[in-house]
Write a protein that binds this ligand. Structure first.
Ligand code: GLN
Length: 211
């Protein structure tokens, strides 16, 4: 039986989209990877990655390009993975937003808190346990001005990644990866490593939604 094939898109309005394209290239099931900037391009893909970057800028550009509604319709129906700023875009609610708020796409029944770990200088890389995705194996996760999931608002949301950090005397645990049906979100940047296991996971996940 022929292996199922998939056409992938990476939203390329702003942020680290080239790195995602590099990660997807070479995964056998991926027939094509395109940069998505228009509704026409969006409608030609089976699944989408929304990259990291700056969610306020991404939302403003999406609004100016009349992409907010096409993106909202896409994420309601088709597999989408948001990384970092992309995760913020997929959240139903965000705190720590700029004055006046910011546009979100929504879809994930979560609240995220932006820039939870501080400034760019406070970026860090740590080994993460993602048992539902990688079993016992660890994944090196890069956090850059990352958000965290501060609230889960429905039982449709499955937590797939937790980060434990020692802050002074206390151990703090935060949620950094979730899945809700066809949506997947990570607070960190798997595209900035040389490890494409999470990209492989997303491709397999997206294939299960392809007729
Ligand atoms: N690396 C990132 O994507 C940072 C996200 C950024 N802090 C935001 O709020 O959009």
């Amino acid at each position: 039986m022929a292996t199922k094939q998939i056409n992938m898109g990476v939203l390329a309005l702003q942020g680290a989209f080239l790195e995602h394209i590099n990660m997807l290239t070479g995964i056998p099931e991926v027939t094509s990877v395109i940069t998505v900037r228009t509704a026409e391009e969006l409608n030609s893909v089976d699944a989408l990655i929304i990259p990291g970057g700056e969610s306020t800028a991404m939302a403003l550009i999406a609004e100016r390009c009349n992409m907010l509604e096409p993106l909202r319709a896409f994420v309601r129906a088709k597999p989408t993975w948001g990384t970092c700023a992309g995760m913020i875009m997929l959240a139903d609610e965000a705190t720590g937003a700029k004055k006046g708020g910011q546009q979100l796409l929504g879809g994930l029944d979560i609240c995220v808190n932006r820039n939870q770990f501080g400034t760019q200088k406070e970026s860090f890389e740590t080994m993460l346990h993602l048992p539902e995705i990688l079993g016992e194996e660890l994944f090196s996760a890069v956090f850059i001005r990352a958000p965290v999931i501060s609230q889960i608002k429905s039982d449709k949301v499955k937590v797939v990644g937790r980060l434990e950090r020692q802050i002074g005397e206390t151990k703090a645990e935060t949620i950094v990866a979730v899945r809700q049906e066809h949506l997947f979100a990570t607070a960190f940047h798997p595209e900035l490593t040389r490890d494409n296991r999470l990209h492989q996971f997303f491709v397999s996940m997206a294939l299960t939604y392809k007729q």
